[in-house]
Design a protein around this ligand. Structure first.
Ligand SMILES: [Zn+2]
Length: 457
């Protein structure tokens, strides 16, 4: 029994313009059997369902290539790595994956998560146990000394419940890739740069050119794509030369990086929503402000936009992702902000940004060739939106405008369930944001009057 969808305006993702008066017809496997003018569409047979979206804007389901299902809207690295059992994190990840789907994100990649959380969430959805988006799953980040996710002192190391897996040699890297491949990940995540900088301020790549080359070779040999975290120029260059499939951030890229990407075919996932939200939302009393981080993030954002514009103009494919899973990027809330940033800060037209968030980003996803574009032979993953994102892409962040989400043809219905944000996520032992010396107490006007302890009746 097919579904016939009457579309007033249809943006297929295959071209920049939207088409009027179109109809899509699904097949029995949740795919699209027909997409074209209503006048030439097959007639609805007995038992078929016809839905009328003639006053709505129909477009492919959105893709976020950077949503960490294990993080749980974390406020600290300890929240991410330590405080909840892995089993709880999986269940929580499933709950939050559903929030992404409800926001119109029919496909997400979870690039780096503790244990086997992402692939367990993926399987529970793929096997029909729960409703949820299509999940492209990675395992733990491969990291090395000073790489991102090796953020505790050496005497603590990288705990087993961490999102990182410390590999200290080529052989350990290869072994971890093979373990993850056997467990069934879709892609391998590598923390290619981290926190250390040279005296001139440049980030130092955590792995050498040779090491990342070997990691990519073995991952590709296992049929797995590679995605890396690389803010710095050096890590971006190593990744591009090694043929990494997707480079997150690439904020300090230069012409040499662009040339290497053009040569090897690497794409960039800028993930600018995360720093943008940090700058826009962090309040003056919060630790990130008190530690003076916000100005740095703002400067990095501006540098990143200037560099990424050059990469876009050179023809490097760009994919949409948000680093959702932090307190400033809660699941289901800001995914579509990346589309707006592509338009406002990277020079995309609205149509180009929508195609980035659909057809282009689908290119990294597992089974991506069947996603991202509404045409016969691909999956019937689509949204019906009130208003035209081609006129204003920011409307995609307005949940009231996402009228219907269909996954494999079926309309999804995720309940709006409230939850205890404190118990679910916020468990780090941070009690104070300030240091209460006598001077500071006086400055803040907190010094108690010397009234004694008598209680006034
Ligand atoms: Zn990330």
């Amino acid at each position: 029994m097919a579904l016939h969808i009457r579309c007033g305006t249809l943006f297929t993702g295959a071209e920049d313009a939207a088409r009027a008066n179109q109809t899509m017809v699904t097949d029995e496997k949740g795919g699209l059997a027909f997409v074209g003018p209503t006048a030439s569409a097959p007639k609805a047979a007995k038992g078929d369902t016809v839905v009328d979206y003639s006053d709505l804007f129909v477009m492919p389901g959105l893709h976020d290539v950077h949503t960490h299902l294990a993080y749980g809207n974390a406020k600290t690295e300890e929240d991410i790595d330590l405080y909840q059992p892995m089993e709880f994190r999986s269940i929580r990840g499933l709950f939050f994956a559903q929030k992404c789907l409800a926001a119109g994100y029919t496909s997400i990649c979870s690039p780096g998560d503790a244990g086997q959380i992402s692939l367990s969430v993926r399987n529970s959805i793929d096997f029909g146990l729960f409703e949820g988006p299509r999940v492209t799953a990675a395992g733990r980040y491969l990291t090395t000394r000073q790489g991102l996710t090796d953020w505790y002192p050496t005497w603590i190391g990288v705990p087993d419940t961490s999102i990182g897996k410390l590999v200290t040699s080529r052989d350990e890297s290869i072994e971890e890739i093979r373990v993850q491949a056997k467990n069934g990940v879709d892609c391998i995540k590598v923390a290619l740069d981290g926190v250390q900088r040279r005296p001139d301020g440049e980030f130092i790549a955590a792995f050498t050119q040779q090491e990342i080359g070997d990691i990519v070779t073995e991952s590709h040999r296992q049929g797995k794509k590679v995605v890396v975290h690389a803010r710095g120029r050096e890590a971006t260059l190593y990744a591009a030369r090694a043929g990494v499939d997707l480079i997150f951030h690439a904020y300090y890229l230069d012409q040499e990086c662009i040339d290497a990407m053009l040569e090897s075919g690497s794409a960039i996932g800028p993930t600018l929503t995360f720093p943008r939200n940090i700058v826009d939302f962090t309040r003056p009393t919060e630790p990130a402000s008190l530690k003076g981080r916000i100005g740095d993030v703002q400067r990095e954002y501006e540098t990143a936009c200037a560099n990424l514009r050059k990469a876009r103009e050179a023809g490097i494919p760009m994919m949409t992702g948000t680093d959702s899973g932090f307190a400033v990027t809660p699941y289901g809330e800001w995914h579509a902000r990346e589309i707006e940033i592509f338009v406002n800060d990277l020079g995309f037209t609205p149509a180009q940004a929508l195609r980035a968030a659909t057809a282009v980003t689908a290119g990294f996803m597992a089974k991506g060739a069947s996603l991202g574009v509404l045409e016969a032979g691909r999956m019937a993953d689509f949204l019906a939106v009130a208003g035209s994102p081609l006129e204003d892409v920011s409307i995609l962040q307005d949940k009231s405008r996402i009228k219907h989400v269909h996954l494999g043809g079926k309309r999804v219905a995720i309940p709006e369930r409230e939850y205890d944000t404190y118990k679910v996520t916020d468990i780090a032992w941070t009690n104070w944001n300030d240091l209460y010396t006598q001077e500071r107490v006086t400055e803040l006007g907190l010094r108690p009057a010397r009234k004694g302890t008598a209680v006034t009746p």
